[in-house]
Write a protein that binds this ligand. Structure first.
Ligand SMILES: Nc1ncnc2c1ncn2[C@@H]1O[C@H](COP(=O)(O)OP(=O)(O)OP(=O)(O)O)[C@@H](O)[C@H]1O
Ligand SMILES: [Mg+2]
Length: 459
């Protein structure tokens, strides 16, 4: 129950206010400003009803004190109807509202209710904001970008429901981890987590993989086989790469999801399943539907709760956190103490943050592994990273030097030109003819520029 403090020197007023409010809140009283301030410090009430004219220090002084102490307790000021100017003064000092005496019981109740409701909402918002700003992890997923926090929030919100979830996102963005987080936070956490990669199983086998088969259902079916739907009983079934399914399998899947039953191949007995179904895809399923490759009824059946995991290049704020998380995890795996964990140099981090990450988080994980394998004890430097990222790093460094005013315009241009020539040469394995042709310049011009900028093949 919200706490309300009544401050008035007349006990009759205190008692009548107590009677009016007692059903809706916990009522406390004080008869002067000093004891009111003590009670506020002790109880931090949600609302104060404050008489202005009192012997000793008056109500306005209390308002001043609250302000000086930066307390945001809302205050309703009680004034006699002939002292409206005092009410105005009180409002200027930060009172939330005022009521003139003698007050109407209903009007008073409504004002109190409104302020308490607003206060509760504000506190709820603050609490959520705190929780969210701290949350950089969900299961084994980490992320601090607003988009990933939104993903975390959605996962938490829907994990305990039964609705089918469709997780979309480019390869390597973390879709499988999201599915696992849904499982771990859901009601089926104690059950199995079964993942089927619909794209990796040959088309002749996918049906028996999903639904199982009876012995002798087809040539080669020498034994009874339990399908993944059944295997996931009491747990979660992840239909990964669902966009790869053949139309004939799509029909069967739709039926299974709608009726919550499956039939093993070679049998007409319906077996109920109680697994939670989560689907994932790196294709744009809506586009697949439009192109006639994916059934729209199945799409709607699966896409009850959509979760999109954005590509890493759209959430560069996550790169440093992810990179350091991977360094920590890999060190742990090698049995090193977390304390002596390896650092990323500034140039290396700048390169990681500037890179486009076509392979998303998986590529970042690999880049860190690469860096850890090459670096000595000190830390991961730019030169320990894969070549494509190193290139970004050099471009980043150039941009930074330019921003900091360390380069003239001419120098910036020649550094940039050097970068482009070097990259073309690297791509062509330092074959100058090929590099020149890719740059649409003659080999002679390329050679001249290489001499001018001092570009030499690595020894
Ligand atoms: N937010 C994250 N925090 C920590 N690790 C992550 C995160 N996202 C992805 N990873 C790691 O990156 C790798 C790729 O993730 P995952 O397999 O979940 O991607 P995916 O979207 O399912 O990829 P694909 O479409 O290729 O199957 C995994 O090793 C995973 O642990
Ligand atoms: Mg996956």
């Amino acid at each position: 129950m919200p706490r309300v403090l009544i401050v008035d020197d007349e006990s009759a007023v205190r008692e009548s206010l107590r009677m009016i409010l007692k059903g809706e809140c916990e009522v406390h009283t004080a008869e002067d400003v000093d004891s009111a301030l003590r009670t506020i410090a002790e109880l931090s009430p949600d609302l104060v009803l404050l008489d202005v004219v009192m012997p000793g220090r008056n109500g306005l002084e209390l308002l001043g004190e609250l302000r000086a102490r930066e307390l945001e307790t809302p205050v309703i000021v009680l004034t006699a109807s002939n002292t409206v100017s005092i009410a105005v003064q009180a409002m200027k000092l930060g009172a939330a509202d005022f009521i003139t005496k003698p007050f109407e019981v209903d009007a008073l109740r409504i004002k109190v209710r409104q302020l308490l409701d607003r206060r509760q909402l504000e506190q709820e918002v603050l609490r959520l904001r705190d929780e969210v700003s701290e949350r950089q992890q969900l299961g084994s997923l980490v992320g601090r970008s607003p988009v990933m926090r939104e993903v975390f929030r959605t996962v938490e919100r829907i994990a305990r429901a039964e609705a089918t979830v469709l997780i979309s996102g480019e390869s390597g963005t973390g879709k499988e981890l999201v599915a696992r987080a849904i499982h771990d936070l859901g009601r089926h956490a104690d059950g199995p987590f079964v993942a089927v990669n619909c794209g990796a199983i040959p088309r002749e086998l996918i049906e028996s993989e999903l639904f199982g088969h009876e012995r002798g259902a087809f040539t080669g079916a020498t034994d009874l086989r339990i399908g993944r739907f059944e295997a996931a009983a009491g747990g979660t079934l992840l239909l990964d790469e669902i966009g790869e399914l053949e139309p004939s399998v799509q029909v069967k899947l739709l039926r299974a999801l709608q009726e919550r039953v499956v039939e093993r191949l070679g049998s007409s007995a319906s077996i109920g399943f109680d697994a939670r179904v989560v689907a994932a895809t790196n294709r744009d399923l809506e586009q697949e539907v439009a192109a006639g490759r994916f059934r729209s009824d199945l799409y709607y059946r699966v896409n009850v709760v959509p979760i999109h995991v954005p590509p890493l290049r759209e959430r560069r704020e996550d790169v440093a956190l992810l990179a350091n998380t991977f360094i920590g995890r890999m060190a742990e795996r090698r049995g090193e103490a977390a304390g002596q964990s390896i650092r990323l140099s500034r140039a290396a981090l700048a390169a990681l943050e500037g890179y486009a990450w076509p392979g998303n988080v998986r590529e970042l994980e690999n880049a860190i592994e690469h860096g850890l394998a090459l670096c000595e004890t000190g830390g991961i430097e730019l030169e320990h990273l894969p070549i494509a990222i190193r290139r970004t790093g050099r471009a980043e460094a150039l941009r930074e030097d330019w921003r900091q005013g360390r380069l003239t315009f001419e120098d910036a241009l020649s550094r940039f030109e050097t970068e482009i020539l070097r990259e073309a040469l690297e791509r062509a394995d330092w074959n100058q003819t090929r590099a020149a042709s890719n740059l649409s310049i003659t080999r002679r011009v390329l050679k001249l520029k290489m001499d001018r900028f001092g570009i030499e093949p690595p020894s």
